[in-house]
Write a protein that binds this ligand. Structure first.
Ligand code: AGP
Length: 631
């Protein structure tokens, strides 16, 4: 977690860094700090709380300088205090750090024995002391960083400067994402390309082990010589094992400005804006995979088709909301293509001893493309030479780059910590993926293919129709607020959406919410039912409808309130529910695949309006960060 940014050779580094931090705030938002270097001086300002606190402090300060580093923190070691906020400064050294130093206790004990006094509780300060010691001996920032690289274990991205080397910034990456960008003679580093999108023209992502030294208007890149020799990331490396990379061999990526990015427009929150963007961004999910003239599904590249043809089993691995999208994919793929699917969270899967066959397919889902657990699964699969498909929103993210085949959510940048449009676009792509598998395995008739394509093409309009009735959800917030506990229930295709609904409520409203499949109700959760419990029931008219209605009767007779979400003008559901919300009228034959996608929106709106009603920080819920880059 945490966001880091640095620049050299810009006219107003304070503005560049603060703008960049704003875009990185999703990575952590408990405190922040900035250091601007001017000749042999450094001016450091830190603040606890949201970035606005730092902005307030620096507004009154003249911080001149064309070179600086900055940080937005999600606390891992030590409380949220100014002392623990970055940048950390020791002697001439200033440093910002994203990640975790696993051997920091051992290193700190050694430093304490040498009489070092620590000002903070962070693992980062240990790095700063080490760098300062090495710098005193080596008199070179680059040599000091090379040396520190050989003693640190864990996962880290560092930006380091010294007041003794003006206009010099050294970066080291081993784990978390770090991008290097340039424009004429200005250079930038950041955890995300959004942070420099207004200033840089091109960038490339650093590889693990890379060190870059920027000195005024020049840079050099040092890369591990033994990159492909299967050395463990944490194995100590001799600092002479780097080689300078010829800059002609670097592949630069053009910085693209995201049309969906950084303004809330007229919306109160990014989350609301992102919910309302869904009809528009769903088009971007659908169109790359559909020939609208022939009404046909487009297939993936020949290599992937061959793999799909052979496969009998698919593993889908992800975390959080992406995991619930994976759960939905299981229902889609098993119904559409008859291929068995196993789904797991990356944090569990990475430590399981799951047998995987060379012919099995593995799909990883990650909005950010940087989630630590998912990335670790990818790395261990690569070691076993198992090919991996990824579904990411962030192009050129670590998971996207390291996977063999890429699908994209194409949802545009998602700023709110709670995922909405990336989830819905994932469901759309996974639905399409399931029908692609069916087509490749000759299980999709031409008529069904045309019907499926028609269903997909109707989605943007249907999503818009759900949003047209968002006010109906807003009006139910007072009713929601009368309850202390929430059970989200659904069967079959609706069950993963119930799970996602419960997660949205937990992360935004901070009340207890759980999801159960209706079929599990009698095996325990029914005991929870009383008048304080609200059952949010997803009951669209699908193959599970009658069974779900019977379960709902059982819930009702035990005194729970029911918020029913179901198909257009379903009188029976309305009769059983205390409150209800109907999805729009669907005429397409693939309504079983459209229902879960459409039902996701009332789940999002419900959590959004409820959270706002309670006065919570909707876009940046407590204790969370958008990109979970530590385990
Ligand atoms: C979603 O609302 C959450 N903030 C969280 O569960 C998220 O989906 C999870 O951390 C996985 O992130 P990823 O998709 O970027 O890998």
């Amino acid at each position: 977690m945490c966001g880091i940014i640095g620049c050299v050779g810009v006219t107003n580094s304070k503005q560049v860094l603060l703008e960049g931090l704003k875009t990185l705030e999703y990575r952590g938002y408990d405190s922040s700090g900035i250091a601007i270097f001017n000749k042999d001086n450094v001016n450091i300002v830190k603040a606890v709380g949201k970035l606005s606190q730092l902005q307030k402090k620096v507004n009154n300060q003249e911080m001149l300088g064309s070179h600086g580093i900055a940080h937005t923190r999600w606390a891992t070691h030590g409380k949220v205090t100014e002392e623990n906020a970055h940048p950390h400064i020791v002697g001439s050294i200033s440093i910002v750090h994203n990640g975790i130093i696993e051997n920091y206790r051992k290193l700190k004990t050694e430093l304490l024995k040498d009489g070092v006094v620590f000002k903070s509780e962070t693992d980062t300060e240990v790095i700063a002391h080490l760098l300062n010691n090495y710098y005193e001996k080596e008199k070179s920032l680059l040599q000091a960083v090379k040396k520190v690289k050989s003693v640190l274990q864990g996962s880290f991205a560092l930006l380091v400067s010294s007041v003794k080397e003006p206009q010099t910034l050294v970066a080291l990456k081993s784990g978390p994402p770090l991008l290097f960008a340039r424009s004429n003679e200005s250079y930038f580093f950041s955890s995300d390309s959004l942070a420099f999108q207004n200033y840089a023209t091109e960038f490339f992502p650093l590889e693990d082990g890379d060190i870059i030294e920027v000195k005024k208007d020049k840079f050099s890149l040092l890369r591990d010589k033994n990159k492909n020799e299967n050395k463990s990331k944490n194995e100590n490396k001799n600092e002479n094992e780097n080689e300078i990379i010829d800059q002609k061999n670097l592949i630069w990526i053009k910085v693209s400005k995201d049309q969906y990015s950084l303004s809330k427009q007229s919306y109160k929150h990014f989350m609301l804006k992102e919910i309302f963007e869904q009809p528009q961004v769903s088009v971007q999910a659908i169109s790359p995979y559909i020939d609208q003239v022939k009404m046909e599904l487009l297939l993936p590249c020949k290599d992937l088709q061959q793999k799909i043809k052979k496969t009998k089993k698919i593993f889908i691995i992800a975390c959080g909301t992406s995991f619930y999208a994976a759960m939905e994919a299981k229902y889609y793929i098993e119904k559409a293509a008859g291929v068995s699917v196993e789904v797991d969270t990356a944090s569990e899967f990475r430590y399981r001893h799951t047998p995987i066959d060379q012919d099995d397919l593995v799909l990883l889902i990650s909005q950010s493309g940087e989630t630590a657990d998912t990335l670790s699964v990818l790395r261990s699969l690569k070691e076993k030479e198992i090919s991996v498909i990824s579904l990411c929103n962030t192009k050129s993210s670590s998971i996207d780059r390291l996977s063999d085949f890429s699908y994209y959510m194409n949802a545009g940048v998602e700023v709110a910590v709670a995922s909405t449009k990336a989830f819905v676009n994932s469901l759309i792509i996974l639905n399409i993926f399931s029908e692609q598998i069916a087509k490749i395995k000759n299980k999709l008739t031409t008529t069904d293919e045309k019907d499926f394509v028609a269903s997909m093409l109707s989605l943007p309009r249907l999503l818009g129709e759900v949003l047209d009735f968002s006010i109906a959800i807003k009006d139910k917030v007072e009713f929601l607020s009368k309850h202390k506990g929430f059970l989200f229930m659904g069967r079959g295709f609706s069950f993963p959406i119930s799970m996602e609904g419960a997660l949205k409520l937990k992360e935004l409203v901070y009340l207890h919410a759980e999801a159960y499949s209706f079929g599990e109700m009698k095996h325990g959760p029914l005991a929870l039912i009383d008048k304080n419990m609200l059952v949010i029931a997803l009951v669209p008219k699908d193959e599970f409808y009658e069974k779900s209605l019977s379960n709902l009767e059982e819930v009702r007779s035990r005194g729970a309130s029911i918020f029913g979400i179901g198909s257009y003008q379903d009188k029976e559901l309305a009769r059983l529910s205390t409150e209800h919300f109907f999805l729009p009228k669907i005429t397409e034959s693939f309504c079983w695949s459209l229902n879960p996608i459409l039902a996701s929106l009332p789940m999002q709106l419900l959590a959004y309006y409820f959270s706002d009603y309670l006065g919570h920080d909707v876009d940046q819920p407590r204790n969370l960060a958008k990109s979970v880059t530590v385990e």
